[in-house]
Design a protein around this ligand. Sequence first.
Ligand SMILES: [Zn+2]
Length: 128
Amino acid sequence: MRPVADRDSAEWWRRTAGGEFVLQRCDSCATPRFPARAYCHRCRTREWHWEPVAPAGRVESWIVSHQPFLAGVSEPYTVVMVRLDEAPECVMYGNWRGAEPPVAGLPVRACFRKVDEELSLIDWRPLG
Ligand SMILES: [Zn+2]
C-alpha cells in the first residue's frame, strides 16, 4: 500500500522525495509539528514554514507487524516511533533497519529509502 499524500502532507512528501528532512514550524509561537497540518495545534496560527532539522532522534516505541501493508516488504517487520532530537514535541514513524531489535531510548538516524522518483520513505537505523 502506497502512502497517500493529502493537502497538508503533499509538500512534505515532495520534499522527502528530494532528500530533505523537514518539519513545519509555526511562525507565531515556533512550535514544530509533524505530520503536516494546516494550522498550529498550540496557537491556531495558520502561518508556518518548512524547516530542516537533524534527521536524528531516539527510539520511543515500536511495533512488529505481521501484516503485509507494503508491497515488497516481507513480514514480520518492525516499525519504530522516533522522538526527534531537535523537535522533541514530534515523533516520526519509519521502518527499522537495525540488525538487532530496537531498544527504548536508543539514538537513531534517519535514512531515505527511495521507492521511485516521486516517493521516498524514511527508515531509521541505530547511530554508529
Ligand atoms: Zn503556533
